[in-house]
Design a protein around this ligand. Structure first.
Ligand SMILES: Cc1ncc(COP(=O)(O)O)c(C=O)c1O
Length: 193
């Protein structure tokens, strides 16, 4: 149900990029907490195999369990809140604590449709850490005048990493899932503004 409502994101993305550029993007990049904005951004492109689908999880402040929310890198199959997916858990299957500077990515499991896209290889999942996300907020604010949510900033950070490795004509679409106004307190603290 969430996927069906959120897919309006990729319906509009596809329409707008075709109108503006006349071709599909090389990649769609979205942050992944529970997974709703990313599945919405990916869905209409799943059949377009030439479009890379890149989900960005929270790398937090370290690789130890409890320091991040990178379910694919640090988790294992398990059940949380009634869904079988990748879950951050200890050796006994107890749900692990998570950390991210963005509250919305700070979740121990991930929507099961992402688990299927991961296992089939159709989508790629990477992580960006707190520092990279904070840097991406500053960069996007300074260069474009857009204050992204800290969650969305993880996707921006991945675009900033990926773009210089690609030919200039390639198109990246980054889903800005929310505004950073709500994060001003955290930004002031973390960036020592
Ligand atoms: C702005 C924003 N983006 C992304 C997310 C992550 O959630 P989801 O992965 O379900 O889109 C949240 C969650 O609160 C959010 O507030």
């Amino acid at each position: 149900m969430v996927r069906d409502f959120q897919r309006i994101i990729s319906i509009e993305m596809k329409q707008q990029i075709l109108e503006k550029e006349g071709r599909l993007p090389s990649a769609v990049i979205a942050c992944v907490g529970g997974g709703s904005n990313a599945i919405g951004a990916f869905y209409e492109f799943i059949q377009d195999r030439q479009v890379r689908l890149i989900g960005v999880e929270a790398g937090g402040r370290g690789t130890e369990l409890g320091e991040h929310a990178a379910r694919f890198k640090g988790g294992a199959p398990g059940v949380l809140q009634g869904t079988f997916s990748y879950v951050l858990q200890d050796a006994d299957g107890q749900i692990a604590l998570t950390h991210s500077v963005s509250a919305g990515l700070d979740y121990a499991s991930i929507g099961p449709e992402h688990a299927a896209l991961h296992d089939s290889g159709r989508a790629e999942y990477v992580s960006q850490d707190d520092a990279a996300a904070l840097g991406a907020v500053v960069k996007l604010a300074r260069t474009e005048g857009i204050l992204p949510a800290l969650e969305s900033a993880h996707a921006v950070a991945e675009a900033l990493r990926l773009a210089p490795t690609l030919p200039a004509r390639e198109i990246l679409v980054v889903n800005l899932s929310g505004r950073g106004d709500k994060d001003m307190g955290i930004l002031a603290r973390e960036l020592k503004l």
